[in-house]
Design a protein around this ligand. Structure first.
Ligand code: HEC
Ligand code: HEC
Ligand code: HEC
Ligand code: HEC
Ligand code: HEC
Ligand code: HEC
Ligand code: HEC
Length: 445
């Protein structure tokens, strides 16, 4: 059975200091007040304090107690929750995306969900995420980009090899050439596709990728151009087992058990169980009509706090802590990591409100909406259009009046979430760092 979020019962390390301190102070106080059976008021009187002093002591006592309760509650409030690393989340109790279960037998496949969740299923299978990987070659472009790509003394191109299904990457240099067949295509091709090659008894991440925007072959993101040399090993970087495991965990479903990759069983793309966890126990209970057990046996992200909800999508889109801890020098390429960018903006910093969770703007069960007007309503759930409006946005602990735009009343995202160029992807990405963009100002890291 997969425990629900609130049963996950673990305190992420970063919160530990705060949570433990708060809990320790709170516990010691309540032990004095309750556990020892002492009644503050009467016991003080019994100690023959003057009534005046007694009242004063108890009033001060209650004030301190209330302050501590408020502090403790504040420290545990969603507003003070800090983002966490995905590594910490997946080692915790219960399900989290990219986690490797003990066995792949607990996966039942999305087809098994159709019977009872048919509307969700038909929309989800059309989403970009459901098409995040392909066996051999495939995707938006269908086949690798045409043409040559020159890097140092090497020339790369994708060739159709009649003896093998699909395509191969070929490299040639100084009259020598070598090729490895594509076994997997990673990415639908919204911006590009990188290939996994079979060669030398192992898996390689291709040195060349297809880029949709320029419709050409180019150097794969994160790869270094090679100097002159023999064509051996010029086709790509051997994929270390940990990197392969993570690559498949983000782009496919049910790809591993016990942290051991099983590409044969991997289902290309992000499907139901990649986000909700293995579904076998849920389906069994649902068929038996046990609704409570059914609900307990599947992870429902709807009950997550705003920060955790963003971390949930960040399991693949990278959380703020993933970026800060794993990227020594965050640069413009962090635009690809939406949780990090979004959490930099004042909208989020001031509120940490559910109205800014990824799921407010994106339905994980459907293709992404590509119409700026659609997102206006999301901004206007907090911001007002009217200069005379006393539009107070509050969520329990906080109250704030967000400012009104002097420039426009629609298409908010087009100016405040501008597209920025990411060189290694040869493409532009929507920047989730919501901000005032001044002409000519550099893109913040
Ligand atoms: C036999 C019918 C059935 C099948 C098959 C089924 N579900 Fe469900 N599912 C249910 C029922 C019933 C509920 C509870 C709905 C309720 O009480 O509102 C539910 C609830 C859920 C929830 C929300 C849980 C919660 O806490 O409210 C999720 C998420 C979910 N299902 C995912 C899946 C996934 C993923 C699959 C495929 C692996 C699947 N379901 C297959 C019947 C089914
Ligand atoms: C298991 C990994 C995983 C999780 C969890 C995940 N995503 Fe994704 N998502 C991806 C991958 C991989 C892609 C890239 C698809 C492609 O273009 O190949 C993607 C693409 C997207 C896109 C479409 C981008 C485009 O350019 O078309 C949106 C929107 C999106 N994700 C939103 C979300 C939201 C919201 C959540 C949280 C509810 C989430 N994702 C959780 C892996 C994941
Ligand atoms: C931590 C999760 C994660 C890992 C690991 C990961 N990806 Fe991705 N990948 C994503 C997400 C999320 C996106 C969508 C956002 C974006 O385009 O940056 C994406 C996008 C891509 C795209 C662009 C897709 C498009 O439609 O334009 C390619 C290509 C890609 N990944 C290849 C790879 C390859 C190859 C590996 C492993 C060798 C890998 N990724 C590892 C999460 C991951
Ligand atoms: C990219 C991650 C992702 C994928 C893939 C995904 N879901 Fe979900 N699902 C979510 C999130 C996030 C929520 C919570 C949405 C919210 O906050 O309202 C959710 C909620 C649900 C719920 C509960 C709805 C409710 O109102 O509580 C059901 C049922 C469900 N999903 C079924 C499915 C099924 C069936 C599939 C496959 C066809 C699927 N999901 C694929 C992320 C995902
Ligand atoms: C959860 C509520 C909320 C949502 C949703 C929201 N904002 Fe904000 N936004 C705020 C708050 C609060 C501030 C800070 C106001 C202040 O300091 O006076 C702010 C500040 C801003 C600023 C000024 C930033 C700066 O650095 O000075 C801009 C621009 C902005 N928001 C635009 C948007 C746009 C565009 C959207 C939709 C894409 C949006 N906001 C969605 C609450 C929100
Ligand atoms: C044509 C581009 C454009 C569009 C569209 C646009 N804005 Fe702005 N917005 C700006 C600029 C430029 C500023 C900075 C104005 C200044 O300080 O001179 C700004 C300022 C703001 C501010 C900060 C105001 C302050 O007093 O600090 C907020 C909040 C804001 N916009 C929200 C929105 C919302 C919400 C929408 C959609 C309804 C929107 N904007 C649409 C360009 C735009
Ligand atoms: C306030 C609304 C809003 C929120 C919150 C939001 N997004 Fe977006 N997102 C957008 C808009 C607008 C686009 C651009 C859509 C288009 O192409 O027209 C976008 C695009 C994307 C893309 C595609 C980027 C590209 O250029 O290829 C991904 C992936 C994505 N969002 C993921 C996320 C994730 C993950 C989160 C949570 C951290 C998130 N979004 C939160 C509004 C939002």
């Amino acid at each position: 059975m997969l425990p629900q979020p609130e049963q996950r019962g673990r305190i992420p390390p970063i919160h530990q200091g705060i949570a433990q301190n708060g809990a320790r102070v709170f516990r010691s106080y309540s032990r004095f007040g309750r556990d020892s059976g002492v009644n503050l008021d009467t016991d003080l009187r019994r100690l023959k304090f003057t009534p005046f002093l007694g009242i004063r002591v108890s009033v001060v006592g209650w004030l301190c107690f209330t302050a501590l309760l408020v502090t403790a509650a504040h420290q545990h409030s969603p507003r003070n929750e800090l983002p966490d690393t995905t590594a910490d989340r997946v080692t915790g109790v219960g399900w989290w995306p990219t986690k490797s279960p003990a066995s792949t037998k607990v996966y039942v496949g999305s087809d098994a969900c159709v019977d009872c969740h048919s509307t969700i299923d038909s929309a989800q299978s059309e989403s970009e995420m459901a098409k995040a990987a392909f066996r051999l070659s495939g995707g938006a472009a269908g086949q690798p980009a045409p043409g040559d790509f020159k890097s140092g003394s090497y020339t790369y191109r994708f060739i159709s090899n009649n003896a093998l299904p699909g395509y191969s990457l070929e490299v040639s240099s100084n009259g020598q050439s070598n090729s490895y067949p594509i076994s997997w295509t990673m990415g639908l091709g919204a911006h590009g596709q990188t290939y996994l090659l079979d060669g030398n008894g192992g898996m390689y991440e291709s040195q060349a990728s297809s880029f949709t925007f320029i419709h050409r072959v180019g150097l794969s993101p994160g790869h270094k151009p090679l100097e002159e040399g023999s064509v051996e090993n010029a086709l790509g970087i051997p994929l270390k087992s940990g990197d392969a495991l993570r690559c498949f965990a983000c782009h496919t479903t049910a790809s591993s058990a016990n942290s051991t990759l099983n590409t044969a069983d991997a289902v290309p793309g992000v499907h139901c169980e990649a986000c909700h966890g293995p579904g076998m126990d849920h389906v069994k209970a649902a068929i038996a009509g046990q609704k409570v057990q059914a609900r307990q046996a599947i992870f429902n992200p709807a009950s997550l706090t705003p920060t955790s909800s963003i971390d949930f999508c960040g399991a693949c889109h990278r959380t703020t802590m993933d970026v800060i801890l794993n990227e020594p020098e965050p640069g413009a390429f962090t635009i690809r990591f939406q949780p990090y960018r979004l959490e930099e903006s004042r909208c989020w910093q001031t509120t940490k409100d559910a109205r800014l969770a990824c799921t407010q703007c994106h339905n994980p069960h459907a293709p992404m909406v590509r119409d700026a007007h659609f997102y206006d309503q999301k901004c206007l759930s907090c911001h007002s259009l009217r200069k005379d409006a006393k539009h107070v946005v509050s969520s329990g602990a906080w109250t704030v009046t967000p400012k009104i735009c002097p420039k426009a009343t629609a298409n908010c995202a087009s100016c405040h979430m501008p597209k920025s160029y990411v060189p290694e992807m040869n493409s532009t990405f929507v920047d989730h760092f919501i901000r005032i963009v001044r002409p000519g100002a550099p893109v913040p890291n």
